[in-house]
Structure formats: structure tokens, C-alpha cells
Design a protein around this ligand. Structure first.
Ligand SMILES: Cc1cc2nc3c(=O)[nH]c(=O)nc-3n(C[C@H](O)[C@H](O)[C@H](O)COP(=O)(O)OP(=O)(O)OC[C@H]3O[C@@H](n4cnc5c(N)ncnc54)[C@H](O)[C@@H]3O)c2cc1C
Length: 319
């Protein structure tokens, strides 16, 4: 399939788009063909066309949890960000029922629900990306997860558009069924509780302030690189090696494990662990997916050798 053919199928598509610029980690080569879609209908249409023409595709959104390869091998890169001004992208009912289109930014959703006196998402303030991206990774912070008040998710399963309930979503710590199924996340329903706009705004602002101190503007990273290992999944032998005062909510902070093994400041090419947090890898400029992987492998080995614990990536490598 030539670029000319692709242009005929998707006239608004673009050739040779730098993927690095569309991610917070600033890693990735040039996409052969790129299509920006601004609503869920266009997303489904684009994927249906890719299916019938047998063109390989990748979906991404805010680009805040992904790493693209230096030589992208997929034909079509679909970038799904909902127009924030679209009227039907977000509705909030009088009893706290919320419908939001998946491509809307999480920040827009949180701001709007807080302004309507609805609680349950405020602790996620400052997490970059979209609602759909947050659902895929069950994003969370400060004791709250996107799935806490979630009722159902609207999906395109490759055949039809349908709703799946929260049990089907199999939410776990930074995990969901959406990481394993080729489904599109199109919309989400929540049932939020009543709250006080002033109190919620204050909390949201405080959290954003704390986060800004950790993630300085311009820091090229995907947030935490590794997940925090769950105590329930760690052997008793390994657990004996962990300082119990470091365990938070049944999780061992990966940052603590990495700091013990001397991760801070380690470098691989243009990728480096920042000097103030063991679980934060930054791109110094021109860093590659391959260097990120090499650095991560070294870090994992150190933690494995010292604690017998296997770290697992939170960041997602796309083809
Ligand atoms: C500075 C910084 C701080 C962060 N802090 C946190 C934090 O505190 N907690 C936390 O959990 N995360 C955090 N993250 C990680 C990231 O912001 C979240 O994982 C976010 O929810 C990803 O959303 P996104 O729209 O950017 O998804 P993307 O990165 O674009 O995509 C992530 C994955 O979801 C898939 N995807 C995206 N949209 C759809 C869709 N509509 N349908 C199907 N699949 C889809 C993509 O294919 C990809 O596999 C942080 C990141 C940064 C850069």
C-alpha cells in the first residue's frame, strides 16, 4: 500500500510525522502515515477502514505513557484527542452520573466535575493525558484511581460498539483488560459523589503544586517508569530485605528499591535516572527507545540481584 493509496483512504492523513513530538518522553521516529481524529465516531470509522484494507494501525492519545520505536513499523498511527469544545463530549447529570468521551483530557474532566460539586476524581489532578488513556492503565494517584467511581466503558470491539461493566474491565493496580484486548475505548460512565467545589478545588490545586515540584516543566518523561511491586506478589524472603516503613498501601515503592541499588543519576546514552527520584527516567535530548530499554534492563537486574523482586514497566512500548 503506497502513501498515495493511504491518502486516498484518509484524505486528511499526513505523511512523515515525528512521533517523538507527540509524546511526553520525546522518543520515537517518523510515522509513515498519521491521522488525527477528534471524536469517537471518526476513530471507529478510521479503524473500520484500516480493518477492511488490512492496514496495521496503532492508537495513542495524550502520549504520556508511551514509547515509540526509532523506526516505526506500523503503517498508520491514529492520534485520538477529543475536541474539548465538543458539546456532547461531557455530560454531568443531577445525581452525579457522568458521561465523558474517552479522548477528552483528564484535566478537562476533573475541572468540570469539581465545578459542579462532584467528588471522586480530584486526586488525579495533574495526571497528563486523556480519560481513555487513564482507563487503559487504570491511572491513579494519592489513593484514588480512575476506576474507583467508574460504572461502565463504551468500547468498539472490532465488530460493534457496546458497553462493558466495571467487572468486565478487570481493573487492578495500573492494569485493566484494555491492555490485553484490541478494543477502542470510546466513552466512560462514572457515578460521582457530592462534594464542595471550594474544598475540592483547594485539594486539586495542592496536588498539582506537589506534582509540579516533582515533574518540572519540560522534563521529558512518561511519569513513573516502573510499577510499584505489590507486597502480595513478593516472596517472604524478598520482603525480609525491604524496609517495612517504606511500604505504602500494600505496595513497595519502586523508587525506594531503585534508590537502594544506586539508580539515581545512572545513564545510558541520552537517557538518565534523575538525581532526585529512583523511578523517574528522563530523556536528556535525542534519547531512544533502545537506550530506555537498556537502562531499564540494568535497573531491573540491580533490583533483582539485591531484593529478588522483578520490576515491571508501567510505560508502554508501542510498535
Ligand atoms: C509527568 C507525568 C506524570 C504522570 N503521573 C501519573 C500518575 O500519577 N499516575 C498514573 O497512573 N499515571 C501517571 N502518568 C502516566 C500517564 O499520564 C497516564 O498513564 C495517562 O493516563 C495516559 O493517558 P494518555 O492519554 O497519555 O495515553 P497514551 O500514553 O497516549 O496511551 C497509553 C496506552 O493507552 C492506549 N490508549 C490510549 N487511548 C486509547 C483509547 N481511546 N482506546 C484504546 N486504547 C487507548 C494506547 O494505545 C497506549 O497503549 C504520568 C505521566 C507523566 C508524563
Amino acid at each position: 500500500m503506497t502513501v498515495k493509496n493511504l491518502k486516498q483512504i484518509w484524505p486528511t492523513g499526513q505523511t512523515k510525522v515525528s512521533l517523538a513530538e507527540l509524546t511526553t518522553f520525546k522518543i520515537g521516529g517518523v510515522a509513515p502515515f498519521y491521522l488525527a481524529v477528534k471524536d469517537k465516531q471518526s476513530l471507529v470509522e478510521a479503524v473500520k477502514k484500516a480493518q477492511t484494507t488490512k492496514i496495521s494501525y496503532v492508537i495513542f492519545a495524550g502520549g504520556s505513557n508511551v514509547v515509540f520505536p526509532g523506526r516505526p513499523s506500523t503503517k498508520l498511527y491514529i492520534h485520538y484527542l477529543t475536541n474539548p469544545l465538543a458539546k456532547d463530549a461531557l455530560t454531568i447529570g443531577p445525581t452525579g452520573q457522568v458521561y465523558v468521551e474517552a479522548g477528552l483530557s483528564l484535566a478537562s474532566l476533573i475541572k468540570k466535575v469539581i465545578s459542579q460539586g462532584r467528588a471522586g476524581l480530584e486526586s488525579l489532578s495533574g495526571i497528563p493525558g486523556t480519560v481513555g488513556g487513564a482507563v487503559v492503565g487504570n491511572a491513579g494517584a494519592y489513593g484514588q484511581s480512575i476506576s474507583d467511581h467508574l460504572l461502565a466503558v463504551e468500547i468498539f470491539d472490532g465488530q460493534v460498539i457496546r458497553w462493558v461493566d466495571r467487572v468486565t474491565c478487570r481493573f487492578n493496580y495500573r492494569d485493566s483488560i484494555f491492555k490485553y484486548k484490541p478494543w477502542l475505548v470510546l466513552g466512560v460512565k462514572f457515578k460521582l459523589t457530592k462534594g464542595n467545589t471550594e474544598t475540592l478545588t483547594k485539594k486539586s490545586r495542592q496536588i498539582i503544586k506537589i506534582r509540579q515540584a516533582k515533574y518540572k516543566p519540560g522534563l521529558a518523561c512518561p511519569g513513573s517508569y516502573f510499577k510499584n511491586p505489590l507486597v502480595s506478589k513478593v516472596s517472604a524472603r524478598s520482603l525480609k530485605l525491604v524496609d517495612p516503613t517504606k511500604i505504602i498501601d500494600g505496595k513497595i515503592p519502586a523508587g525506594y528499591l531503585l534508590e537502594v541499588v544506586g539508580a539515581k543519576g545512572l545513564k545510558q546514552g541520552q537517557m538518565a535516572v534523575v538525581d532526585f527520584h529512583g523511578n523517574l527516567i528522563m530523556n536528556l535530548g535525542g534519547g531512544t527507545a533502545s537506550d530506555a530499554k537498556k537502562l531499564a534492563t540494568r535497573l531491573k537486574q540491580k533490583v533483582q540481584d539485591r531484593f529478588g523482586i522483578t520490576l515491571e514497566e508501567e510505560v508502554r512500548f508501542l510498535p
